[in-house]
Structures are given as structure tokens and as C-alpha cells.
Design a protein around this ligand. Structure first.
Ligand code: LRH
Length: 491
């Protein structure tokens, strides 16, 4: 069989990568071409993404790809969710996109519900969990604050769509990334204009939603010449990184839950149709769009963010640890001493994460973790117990028995946390692939090129080539006891 190659750009909140994916005889090979930092830029009291610098990094990735001599069939881009760029009448990108950690949305959902539309109506229309940073509330805050880019905008493009626009000059709103915004109606799969119009924002801001796999356009003449790639098509893959990752779960049937583990931990199940009920509203569970019309019924859990922030802080203080060192330190610390609810608002963006953990433990009458090892142990055990708490909710909602948890994404490489999670949830954990997002991006390009058929066929192919490790529950009685002891802390 001849080989076929694709270029994937996978951008996260802290770093991005360009990956060359090649399918040969039904086997996928991946090569990382470039890796680059992505950082929130603080300016004038606001947090932004430097989309122009990201564009430079994409260009460098394309140049590296051309140098490899690989003839690529298409390019696909996935990023984190909810953020967007604004486009003016003349097609210009209006300033830098605000980052979802900007504080302008603090309290914005409550204001929106009081002034624009009640919470129940918003959830009924969108089925999306209420979180301050959803695109809907970002737009509300911008409108409230008289944002000049918003006033001048005729179009908004979510991050992957905005980057595709920079590469092709063509605009498209891809379905999975639109589905995270809390502006899309998952039943009609269209944007719900009245959510915007009722607060005075143009209902047509995001345009028509296109299905995953649509060709957005080809590289502009200028980029084709500058990078050395031909006028390659850019495909709207599952632009939402989590959707790409979930598409790459190496599962053989539907009886699984997934945990996409990175800065965020996204836990949920895959179902055929949206589930929008009083129960899901009360649990604040989200219905995001998946591949092949599936619904990703999931919940955001604050994931490695807490550890990442501690690591950053300790580095500034002169203590730098490798990942294996971190895992070793946690493994050697005393078990079951103190716990946090990772989703407590005090961990959203505190000046010092270590201090926030210590304050939380003191305020909840627990031993205060002193050493770095104690802090890390507290984070890992707390995450495992939070995963159990959320999984219990999905067990009730799932129309099938959940037989295992697939942990995918970078966090799946943390074998200690994988084992803790299996111990806490009492069912096997299948860890890997850690590269799920990039694999999903590449396979969705392969699907658009007609090399793979169904989602299941894609997953079967992935299962054949990726390495996974299964963790069987141990010490379940001790973990259960710990869970019931701290359950009251988990909101
Ligand atoms: C993970 C993620 C998640 C969103 C968050 C903003 O990268 O896309 O699914 O909720 O970023």
C-alpha cells in the first residue's frame, strides 16, 4: 500500500507541537517536527493569547515539514476550547484573543442569567456546564465592558478556526470547537443566535457551523511559497483538542469512560444523543460534540494545572524537579494525610498554588502539607478521589455498565496517578495513548481523505498501533475509606 502523510498542529494552553503523521499499510507513524511554548500574555491587566506568535510557530512547523521531504495530503489544527479571535469588516484580526483565564468573566454567568436569560433556559438550549470562561460569558463581559474589538467585529473564529483562517484566508466554524462555547444548540448542531442577540451581540457572529472533516481551504499562495509546501488543503479536524483525544480512545466497544488528562482532566462517556435533563443540569454536566454525531457527555475537573502551577512556583524558588522525580517524591510521602477539592475556586488562579493548598487544608481542619512531596501526594490522591466522585455520577447516567476507564493524554504517563485512580474507582484503568490528541487530529485527516471509514474503524486501527498499560485496582478498601472520609469536601 502506498503511504499517505498529514501534518497536525496540536496546541495546548502551555505548549504546541507540529507532528507529521504517516499511514503505511494501515499502520500509523508519528514524528514530532517542532515543539513551541504557548503562554498567556499579561498586558494592561488582561490575559491574552499571542495568536501572531502562534502563527509564526505554525509557519516554522510547515517549513520543518517541507524540509522532511514528506508530501502531505492535508493540515489539521486542534487547540484548547472556548477562546476566539474577532475579525473586522476588512478581514483583519482585531487584536489578540483574550485568554480564558482572564478575570473579566468572574461572576459573568450570574450577571447573564439575571440580565439576559435565566440559567435553566441557557442550559436547556445548550446542555453545556456553566463555567465562567465559556465563550458566551466572555462575549457578555466584552459587551458589558464596551470592548472596541467586539464593536468592530463582523465575525468571530474559535482558536483552531482562526489559525486555519490565517493559513488559508478562509473562514469556517467547526462543529466540535463550536460545541464548547455554550452558544451551540446540540440538538440542531447550529449556533443559537438568540443567546447572542438578547445581549446585543450580532447573532451571525460565528457564521454557519461546518461538520468535522470539512476542507476549509488551501494554503495561501504566499504561505505555500514561503514554507515550501504546495497549496495543501487545511481540514477542519475536531478542532477541540478534547474531541480529537476522545476520538483516539483505543476502545473496542462503548462500555467505557474516558479521562483526557492534561492541564484539565476531562472525564465522561460517549453517548449517541445529548442528555439534557434536570439531573444533568444539577450536576452541571456538559454535552460537547464528538465525532460522527456522538455526544461527549463530560465534566471538566481541574487537572494537572494545580501541579503545573506548583512546579512553576518551586522553579522560581530554585527547586527544579523532573517528572520522574515528582512521581518518586509523591510515592514516598505518607498516604492519606490531607485532601483538597481540585475544583475549589481558590485553585483557579491563585498567586501561590502551594499557599492555596495549605490554606485549604488548614481551613478544612486537616494536617497542612509542609514539604513539596507532601503537597504532590495531596494533589495526586485528591485527583484520584475526585475522579471516583465524578465517575459515580456517570455510572448513574450511562445507558451501559462502565467496565473500564481509558486515561488518555499527557497525564496518562503518570503511572502512580493511574494506579491511584484504579484503586479509587475500583475498575481497571487503561492508560494511553499519551499522544491521543495528535493521533485523533491525524486520523480525522485520514478519514477526510477517505483512508479510514467509521469512528470504530479508526479506533481499531489506533488500538493496533498504540501501547497501553492496564492498572488493576489495589487497596480498594483503604481508598474507599478515604473517599467517604472526605466526600463532604467535594462539590
Ligand atoms: C482542554 C480544554 C477543555 C476546555 C478547556 C478550556 O485543553 O479544551 O476541554 O474546557 O481546554
Amino acid at each position: 500500500m502506498e503511504q499517505i502523510s498529514f501534518l497536525a498542529f496540536d496546541l495546548g494552553a502551555t505548549s504546541g507541537r507540529s507532528i507529521l503523521g504517516t499511514l503505511r499499510d494501515g499502520k500509523l507513524q508519528m514524528k514530532e517536527l517542532t515543539r513551541f511554548p504557548n503562554q498567556i500574555l499579561e498586558l494592561g491587566g488582561h490575559y491574552y493569547w499571542n495568536i501572531f506568535s502562534l502563527y509564526e510557530h505554525l509557519k516554522a512547523g510547515m517549513i520543518a515539514c517541507a524540509k522532511e521531504g514528506a508530501k502531505i495530503t492535508s493540515i489539521g489544527i486542534d487547540t484548547w476550547g472556548v477562546d476566539f479571535a474577532l475579525i473586522g469588516e476588512d478581514g483583519q484580526i482585531l487584536g489578540m484573543p483574550l485568554a480564558y483565564r482572564d478575570l473579566h468573566t468572574t461572576g459573568a454567568p450570574e450577571e447573564y442569567f439575571a440580565k439576559v436569560m435565566p440559567r435553566k433556559e441557557v442550559y436547556d438550549l445548550t446542555g453545556i456546564q456553566v463555567m465562567n470562561f465559556n465563550s458566551l460569558y466572555q462575549l457578555y463581559a466584552m459587551q458589558r465592558d464596551h470592548s472596541s474589538p467586539l464593536k468592530a467585529a463582523v465575525r468571530a473564529l474559535f482558536m483552531p478556526d482562526a489559525l486555519s483562517y490565517m493559513l488559508t484566508g478562509k473562514m469556517a466554524t467547526e462543529y466540535t470547537i463550536a460545541s464548547t462555547s455554550q452558544i451551540l444548540n446540540p440538538r440542531t448542531k447550529k449556533m443559537e443566535a438568540k443567546l447572542l442577540e438578547k445581549m446585543g451581540v450580532k447573532g451571525s457572529l460565528f457564521g454557519e457551523v461546518v461538520p468535522t472533516g470539512t476542507v476549509v481551504g488551501t494554503l495561501t499562495d504566499a504561505l505555500a511559497a514561503e514554507t515550501g509546501l504546495d497549496k495543501v488543503p487545511v481540514v477542519a479536524v475536531a478542532g477541540h483538542d478534547t474531541a480529537s483525544a476522545v476520538a483516539a480512545v483505543p476502545a473496542s466497544d462503548e462500555k467505557f469512560a474516558y479521562l483526557s488528562s492534561g492541564t484539565w482532566s476531562l472525564m465522561g462517556i460517549e453517548v449517541k444523543d445529548p442528555v439534557i435533563t434536570d439531573e444533568t443540569a444539577a450536576l452541571n454536566i456538559t454535552n460537547e460534540g464528538g465525532v460522527e454525531g456522538t455526544t461527549r457527555l463530560l465534566k471538566n475537573i481541574t487537572g494537572m494545572w494545580i501541579l503545573e502551577q506548583c512546579i512553576k512556583e518551586w522553579k522560581k524558588e530554585g527547586a527544579e524537579y523532573s517528572y520522574p522525580e515528582i512521581v518518586k517524591m509523591a510515592g514516598e510521602a505518607t498516604p492519606f494525610r490531607s485532601f483538597i477539592d481540585p475544583d475549589d475556586p481558590s485553585f483557579a488562579n491563585p498567586p501561590s498554588m502551594a499557599a492555596a493548598i495549605r490554606n485549604y487544608c488548614a481551613a478544612s481542619g486537616q494536617p497542612v502539607p509542609q514539604t513539596h512531596a507532601e503537597l504532590i501526594r495531596c494533589i495526586f490522591e485528591s485527583l484520584a478521589l475526585k475522579y471516583k466522585d465524578i465517575l459515580e455520577k456517570f455510572r448513574v447516567l450511562a445507558p451501559f455498565p462502565i467496565e473500564k476507564l481509558h486515561i488518555i493524554g499527557g497525564g496518562s504517563k503518570n503511572r502512580l496517578l493511574d494506579q491511584f485512580t484504579a484503586n479509587a474507582i475500583g475498575i481497571p484503568v487503561v492508560a494511553g495513548p499519551s499522544e491521543a490528541t495528535a493521533i485523533g487530529n491525524i486520523m480525522l485527516q485520514a478519514r477526510a481523505a477517505g483512508c479510514v471509514g467509521s469512528l470504530q474503524q479508526m479506533r481499531d486501527m489506533i488500538a493496533k498501533v498504540v501501547e497501553t498499560e492496564t492498572f488493576t485496582p489495589q487497596d480498594t478498601a483503604a481508598w474507599n475509606e478515604a473517599y467517604y472520609k472526605i466526600k463532604h469536601l467535594l462539590k
